[in-house]
Design a protein around this ligand. Structure first.
Ligand SMILES: [Zn+2]
Length: 304
């Protein structure tokens, strides 16, 4: 830590042990309707939480201390000062990280709740994925009829959000193909600028995309033939919406019928998206998308 950080942490740590709330009372006594709503929301059907001898689910401990929409007023000045100090140091964001509870005695309908909250600890400066800041832990001692019924520790991180990479650095890349043993040969072909079609080793049927077996005869024997690269647009769609990262709509997606008779989905290039037509002749070429991805695409007007 730098000297400035040290000085800040020293000031933050001075808040440890100071009250955040003193002698507050629950807005409602422990009661069956709230218990019933809680159990419904949690899907908890335990019989201990029903009937004339019902107790409150222990995990409701915090619920009896909550301020609701209108909140609690008169939070301690120490709590306000601690948060002002963190805000002032640039730790303006907040995220709840975890809570711990301890139960000392069951709460029953009719119990009047009182509680005190203390700033238990402030951590040294920590860096997380969200950003750099300080963890603040408060401890609430919950009492019923003056007797300690449980404690609730609540930890938050007050942090300065990590700087986001610039939009240019974040420029999305086209999705990578999923290459497996059933289609590796196809991508090896693409790497060598050859568009390979699978051919059944038994019935000689051509197939595309690549599959482990022949759809006509079931044979798993196969070899390949190289496409001539001549084709026509069999059908197409123009993508306007939704937009996907790395793709800029509108663009045409063509179903290309190769001269060999199989069809493949690809991009039609060399013509505006709204000039693509069924039956349009196209010719194969390989498009270098980025340093590690090349794709077969089809250029319109490929008859020449
Ligand atoms: Zn076959």
């Amino acid at each position: 830590m730098s000297g400035t950080d040290d000085a800040l942490y020293e000031r933050l740590a001075a808040f440890e042990g100071l009250p955040a709330a003193t002698a507050w009372t629950g807005k409602d006594p422990v009661n069956l309707p709230m218990i019933r709503h809680w159990c419904e929301a949690m899907g908890d059907e335990h019989p201990a939480y029903r009937g004339p001898d019902a107790v409150a689910p222990p995990t409701m401990l915090q619920a009896w201390t909550m301020g609701g929409l209108s909140g609690h007023t008169d939070r301690s000045s120490a709590y306000e000062e601690l948060f002002a100090l963190l805000d002032g140091a640039g730790y303006t964001s907040v995220v709840a990280t975890d809570c711990e509870q301890e139960y000392l005695r069951p709460l029953r309908p009719g119990d009047e709740i009182g509680f005190d909250t203390v700033i238990e600890s402030v951590s040294p400066r920590k860096t997380t994925k969200l950003g750099t800041g300080h963890f603040v832990t408060t401890r609430t001692d919950v009492r019923a009829g003056g007797e300690l019924a449980g404690t609730h520790r609540f930890r938050i991180l007050k942090y300065a959000p990590a700087a986001r990479p610039s939009p240019e650095a974040e420029k999305p890349r086209r999705p990578r193909p999923v290459i497996n043993r059933d289609n590796a040969g196809f991508w090896e072909g693409v790497a060598g600028h050859r568009l390979l079609i699978q051919r059944c080793g038994d019935c000689a049927a051509l197939r595309f995309p690549w599959l482990p077996g022949c759809a006509d005869c079931g044979s798993r024997e196969w070899d390949t033939v190289e496409a001539s690269g001549v084709g026509t647009v069999f059908s197409y769609v123009v993508m306007h919406h939704p937009s996907f990262p790395a793709f800029e709509p509108p663009y045409a997606v063509g179903l290309i019928e190769l001269a060999e008779g199989v069809r493949m989905i690809s991009n039609v290039v060399g013509v505006p998206y709204d000039k693509v037509r069924i039956g349009m002749p196209v010719r194969l070429e390989f498009l270098r998308v980025d340093e590690e991805l090349e794709l077969p695409v089809f250029r319109a007007g490929g008859e020449d």
